[in-house]
Design a protein around this ligand. Structure first.
Ligand SMILES: Nc1nc2c(ncn2[C@@H]2O[C@H](COP(=O)(O)OP(=O)(O)OP(=O)(O)O)[C@@H](O)[C@H]2O)c(=O)[nH]1
Ligand SMILES: [Mg+2]
Length: 342
């Protein structure tokens, strides 16, 4: 009986993949690129010529997924510093691996926790270093002091405003626990040497694969109300089961072996099958174990999905990273099967 239900869900999930309303599909291309996103893009483009440098914030939990190709296209060769923010929530070993991987490509990635301010000052020093030549040229020409104008960019909810506040040493920019808090542009002065421009978060119209959409949804960069939260939470649970064994047994008392075995038995070659055959049953199990129940005792999937996503975003499941550097070359062994297919 239970097995039938799981298979049915997997099939449902596959059907949903094929037919799903684009509004709710993380790999589709419209709904999280509404008018204000186009405005954000315009703001970045318009301000580019007014700034000396750019600080691009990535989410340390999803470094590859939060690299916005649109930002790359807009910034072109503008001097840039790349920051992996929210490093307090990410797996430290993975963050270090990303720092190395960036280094091998000649880019300095600085990992930062903007909530406590760890390493935020390193970014300031790196910025001044980056601007050294320009500043000495200005000095030679007789300019006694110069304020480096820097635009802070990144995907929604990555912590741009919090980072700016931390660098300024005061709460000057509005920050909040959801995407789309900053809507306009705002200049903030750190000191006489640096001024920062806060900008609205920017996503791009079409993700290159489904997995990127899932990761951005997990870290809270896409508004929850346009997502199928159960699908996102199922992806997340599957990923954690595969990559952080023991965590879900510990946090939600899940029987990990039973869940993994269920997936193996029911492989049917359907795209995203393990999200249906492992991730979704894990979500059902978490609902039951944590008392997320409807009248009559059935699992309340909506409530369980919100719980899992909140727990992950709040760091209650531990320090977890969803991307790994090796994924760039498609070599990651434990990517949930089929998830990269689009
Ligand atoms: N744990 C942790 N939380 C952070 C960090 N930086 C920011 N946050 C939290 O992330 C949430 C979003 O922060 P914001 O600064 O509003 O993010 P933003 O990039 O400006 O967001 P938008 O303006 O909506 O694009 C807030 O709840 C912050 O407290 C960090 O380094 N670690
Ligand atoms: Mg903001």
């Amino acid at each position: 009986m239970k097995r039938e239900k799981k298979t049915g869900r997997a099939a449902d999930s596959a059907d949903r993949d094929q037919n799903q309303d684009q509004n709710r599909n993380p790999s589709a291309n419209i709904q999280w690129f509404p008018g204000h996103m186009a405005k954000a893009r315009r703001l970045l483009t318009e301000n580019l010529s007014k700034v000396d440098a750019v600080v691009e914030l990535l989410d340390a939990r999803a470094v590859s997924s939060s690299e916005n190709p649109e930002i790359d296209r807009i910034l072109k060769n503008k001097p840039r510093i790349v920051v992996a923010n929210k490093s307090d929530l990410a797996d430290p070993a993975v963050t270090s691996a990303f720092v190395e991987e960036y280094k091998s490509r000649g880019i300095r990635l600085i990992s930062v926790d903007s909530r406590t301010g760890a390493d935020v000052k390193t970014v300031k020093a790196a910025l001044m270093e980056l601007m050294e030549e320009k500043l000495s040229r200005k000095k030679e020409r007789g300019m006694i002091s110069y304020t480096v104008k820097t635009m802070v960019v990144g995907i929604p909810n990555v912590g741009k405003s919090t980072f700016i506040n931390r660098l300024c040493g005061r709460t000057a920019a509005l920050a909040g626990d959801k995407p789309g808090v900053t809507r306009g542009e705002q200049w903030l002065k750190v000191d006489d040497s640096i001024a920062l421009l806060d900008t609205p978060g920017l996503l791009w119209p079409k993700f290159e694969d489904r997995r990127t959409g899932y990761c951005l949804a997990c870290v809270g960069s896409i508004k929850d109300d346009i997502l199928d939260r159960a699908e996102i939470a199922s992806f997340l649970l599957l990923y954690i089961l595969d990559n952080y064994p023991g965590v879900l047994a510990d946090k939600y008392s899940l029987d990990e072996e039973v869940l993994i075995r269920g997936g193996e038995e029911e492989q049917d070659g359907v795209i995203l099958s393990r999200i249906g055959t492992v991730g979704y049953p894990a979500l059902e199990m978490a609902a039951m174990k944590r008392g997320c129940l409807r009248k009559g005792g059935a699992a309340d999937i909506e409530r369980a999905s919100a719980m899992v996503l909140d727990d992950f975003r709040g760091g209650k499941l531990g320090r977890i990273s969803l991307d790994r550097p090796v994924m760039r070359s498609g070599m990651c062994e434990k990517t949930p099967e089929g998830v990269n297919a689009d």
